[in-house]
Design a binder for this molecule. Structure first.
Ligand code: WT7
Length: 658
């Protein structure tokens, strides 16, 4: 083990939560799942795929890894992804089951059954064909969280085209570069969507994205823009290019036969940021992706489709929205909530109102949201009836034990299992997680690789670190929902993910992790968020977790700032809890918190500086942009803030620090 990748400290978390005997007895996932996968990994995936999906042409091959790192799964099989998510449930007699319980931000709502959603998607598929969209064509989606967004993804899939969903919060510029990179033929958007009580003008951004062309060789590939009416706001109209959804979809035929496509047909491209400025178009294909999305959704969330009401709060603009709002849940015939707006509109308890209204049983959200609820205080969720909840999930970043416990106690009535799910845009579906009826959970640990998935923690040379040691998280065997590449850039795909451990053939995830003495996995943040203080490796996540464990702290971000004596020094940005501030005031707190970290982790981790701030700089997906905090901590001009959800945050923080 090389010195660089030893994580020297890890919070000592000893609390354990086993599933109740009742939960375990009724659980979907059984311990045999691990044994089966262990005995014959490929056979296991083949069985899952046959059980969970309908194959128009059954596959005879499972994995083809003859040309690594380009995998093929179930390659000689044929299926239609939309048929799997829609028609087959109707054909099985479940057409009347509700697919979507949609809640608009202004308070309007719609219940859409599987039969109705199938009908809508068939009409829309006919419209796409009329607009010239066919197999392999790219369609860009820039939509709010409305049922038409789900229908659009499925209709694109149904005709064998490829969607590229662009999060509605992205600017016209980002939209344009993504449309151009993929060479989209059609854009589906809306006049506007509701966010925080206002209509965000989506169509206007599309118009700008398609107009701002000057450079040489920039070909406008977009032929049409299909526009859903939602915001009822004024829009400019290009009569040759633009088509109202409501003018064509209801009029289109509801007859549409789902054609079968090869298992490796591309299903979607989803752009994600890498270490360079240019976003990467992560490419996913059909059969393997849908297999793992359905398998993980069913087993990790213990889905009982006849009785559960599932809600994942992610936007469809992110991978979580693809795999756990659209493909996993619909392939499994789930009934789910789809909510258009933000958690605090018209008031902070809106999410809890939605859970109470629809009787949500399975709830999947992000630690950043949980911590912001902690900050507002438990009286808000406690004023609602959340007793329907029975499984809680977390995704996106390490969940600190403090937030984990709060989630379980305050939202889960102290009884619900929590599944902390580790995965990435690139992995397509969950890779590491507890199984709620089996695993004895540890707050803060993502725990174990799912059955069928092979994960390890290795040192810089690729050797396993073994238990009770830290290193780099790798995936050691190909998995069905793995990315098949970066759109248009196979070299970058190899370099980014496979070069580091080329000899071993491991996929390098970019995350630091530690195995505890039981072999359970603790994610420690991106490896570039690992600091080196006086020759000791420290994890930003670990110190953040310690800070947030203090009763005064709502949220914390830690960066390693360069320091003359120690190499790097720990600098923390802390948001305090409103209730605590009211009672105690901020006096002496920075010192108290420094001592607290020192007591919890050791003097080496004691922050050199603690800044009390009101907000942290986050991307639209909720990730803290530590690069910008490092600029502040090192007294530099703050760098590029264009990917922040709120670009004003950095000037506020800089002012507070001064
Ligand atoms: C990165 C992937 C996967 C959907 C949302 C984010 C971090 C994700 C966890 C978790 C610790 C996590 C990792 C990963 N991450 N889930 N449960 N525990 N870290 O997708 O934008 O592709 O980001 O998010 O650092 O590499 P993404």
């Amino acid at each position: 083990m090389s010195a660089e990748n030893t994580i020297d400290h890890l919070l000592d978390e000893t609390r354990r939560f086993a599933p109740s005997p009742e939960f375990a007895a009724a659980a979907i996932a059984r311990p045999e799942l691990y044994e089966k996968a262990e005995a014959d990994r490929e056979g296991f995936w083949a069985e899952q795929s046959r059980e969970l999906l309908h194959w128009h042409t059954p596959f005879t091959e499972v994995l083809d890894w003859s040309n690594p790192p380009f995998a093929k799964w179930f390659a000689d099989g044929e299926l239609n992804v939309a048929y799997n998510c829609l028609d087959r449930h109707v054909e099985a007699g479940n057409g009347d089951r509700v697919a979507l319980l949609w809640e608009g931000e202004p308070g309007d709502s719609r219940r859409i059954t599987y039969a109705e959603l199938t009908d809508e998607v068939k009409r829309l598929a006919n419209v796409l064909t009329d607009l010239g969209v066919g197999e392999g064509d790219r369609v860009a989606l820039y939509l709010p969280m409305i049922p038409e967004a789900v229908a659009s993804m499925l209709a694109v899939a149904r005709v064998g085209a490829i969607h590229s969903v662009i999060f509605g919060g992205f600017s016209a510029d980002s939209l344009r570069s993504r449309i151009d990179d993929a060479g989209a033929k059609l854009v589906i958007t809306a006049d506007g969507g509701w966010r925080k009580g206002k209509v965000s003008p989506l169509k206007t951004a599309v118009d700008q994205a398609l107009a701002d062309r000057g450079g040489q060789g920039e070909q406008a590939t977009v032929e049409h823009v299909l526009v859903v009416r939602r915001g009822e706001n004024e829009v400019d109209w290009d009569a040759d290019r633009d088509v109202w959804y409501h003018d064509v979809v209801p009029q289109a035929s509801a007859e549409h036969e789902a054609r079968a496509f090869g298992a490796e047909s591309p299903l979607f491209i989803l752009y994600t940021s890498g270490t360079t400025g240019k976003p990467k178009g992560i490419l996913h294909t059909s059969g393997g992706y849908l297999t793992q999305a359905a398998y993980t959704h069913r087993n990790v969330f213990d889905l009982h489709p006849e009785t559960d009401v599932y809600w994942c709060t992610a936007d469809i603009g992110w991978i979580t929205g693809h795999s756990y709002v659209v493909y996993g849940p619909l392939a499994n015939g789930a009934t789910q909530v789809l909510y258009e707006g933000t958690p605090e509109h018209p008031e902070p308890g809106r999410w809890w109102d939605v859970i109470e209204k629809y009787g949500v049983t399975i709830f999947y959200t992000a630690p950043t949201a949980i911590r912001s609820f902690m900050k507002q205080g438990r009286q808000i969720p406690q004023a609602r009836d959340l007793s329907s909840l029975r499984v809680l999930g977390s995704v996106g970043e390490p969940i600190n034990p403090e937030a984990w416990i709060w989630y379980r106690e305050v939202i889960g009535a102290g009884t619900t299992p929590i599944v902390d799910t580790w995965w990435q845009t690139e992995t397509g579906a969950i890779m590491v997680s507890a199984l709620p009826g089996i695993t004895e959970t540890k707050p803060g640990s993502a725990q174990v690789a799912l059955p069928g998935i092979s994960i390890d923690v290795v040192d810089d040379a690729g050797s396993p670190v073994g238990n009770d040691a830290g290193g780099l998280l790798v995936i050691t065997e190909p998995w069905p929902s793995m990315l098949r590449g970066i759109w248009g850039d196979p070299e970058r795909y190899k370099e980014t993910y496979w070069d580091k451990f080329r000899d071993q053939g491991y996929y390098f995830a970019g995350d630091g992790a530690r195995l505890d003495e039981d072999g359970d996995i603790w994610l420690l943040g991106r490896v570039d968020d690992v600091m080196n203080v006086s020759g000791h490796r420290l994890s930003t996540a670990e110190i953040e977790s310690s800070l947030v464990a203090h009763e005064a702290t709502a949220e914390a971000a830690v960066v390693g700032a360069s320091d003359e004596t120690t190499g790097q020094a720990v600098v923390a940005f802390v948001i305090l809890k409103e209730n605590y501030l009211k009672e105690h005031g901020p006096e002496g707190l920075a010192q108290t918190l420094r001592q607290h970290v020192s007591d919890q982790i050791g003097a080496i981790a004691r922050p050199r500086d603690i800044y009390i701030v009101g907000e942290l700089p986050k991307t639209r997906s909720g990730k803290i942009m530590r690069r910008l905090l490092r600029d502040v901590a090192e007294g530099r001009e703050v760098g590029d803030t264009t990917t922040l959800a709120d670009t004003m945050v950095m000037s506020t923080i800089s002012a507070q620090v001064k």
